[in-house]
Design a protein around this ligand. Sequence first.
Ligand code: HAH
Length: 339
Amino acid sequence: MTQRQAPEDIPKLREVFEPYFRIGAAVNPSTLSTQRELLARHFNSVTAENEMKFASLHPEEGRYAFEEADRIVDFAAAHGMAVRGHTLVWHNQTPPWVFQNPTGGAANRETLLARMKSHIETVVSRYKGLIYAWDVVNEAVSDDGGELLRPSKWLDIAGEDFIAKAFEYAHATDPQALLFYNDYNESVPEKREKICELVRSLKEREVPIHGVGLQAHWNLVHPSLDDIRQAIERYASLGVKLHITELDVSVFLHEDRRTDQKEPEAGMLERQAERYGQIFRLFKEYGEHIESVTFWGAADDYTWLDNFPVRGRKNWPFLFDAGHRPKPSFHEVVEAARS
Ligand code: HAH
């Protein structure tokens, strides 16, 4: 007779990967309570999914809202976990006031950079010594051929050096914090080369950048293992640290728009397990460069991929199922660590 494994008999991810890297999860006020035990048992790092973004922390000029972010930092401290900060400068989830002048037109460069500086100083100093690494700039590189940087209000108003400024302000505020450039489609060769070009030019100008964050929003097929390997090698060759910052493995291909599955289809979880095994064997192989692997969630009861990019569709991208039981993917990942 097969018996269900009690949670206490299941290896802890954070212990299994102790020799290689930290294992993190993105959390929010809801999962902090609904996934509390799972988080405490398996993870030794957390990232706020939304609560440290500009719009959450600084909804109006001169008014900060730190309560939810503080709770996440307190939770981490209570459980001896590290905290990654996400994110200081991004084109999304930034309130309109940041880019406006009092009459509703566009703010000028000087005003925008002064606001960026005061935001970064306030936020980074509040969590000094508590947040060891920050995603300073998120998603500034374009997915489209031709242009290096994505069109945004930051770029329009402040010009290209908004990126360097963000790193300089963060470093001046907390010289100990590790500062990251973070992006998705990081393993797509064309975009990878643009990210490398950006990071190389920042380093050349002696901008204080310490790492590249690979978001790693992947699926069962894309990106190929070979593209992931090449991305890791290219970023590592810049002489920076690598953090996997937002890992999930969608069970749907990008083109798949179906909404009729209430449960994973036959074979999906096995294919996901095989894929997770391959991915973690690769991470382990590059453990010298990768110091943290964070999932963008913890278990399948909650993921940002429910309803995105296809409305009305559930996804099952993690190592633990909706009841927080280990999936085949969990067992493959543990196997990868031990092989
Ligand atoms: C990430 N963007 C963001 O970094 C994170 O802050 C957010 O919670 C979820 C995913 C990935 C992304 C997106 O939001 C939209 C289109 C493509 C990629």
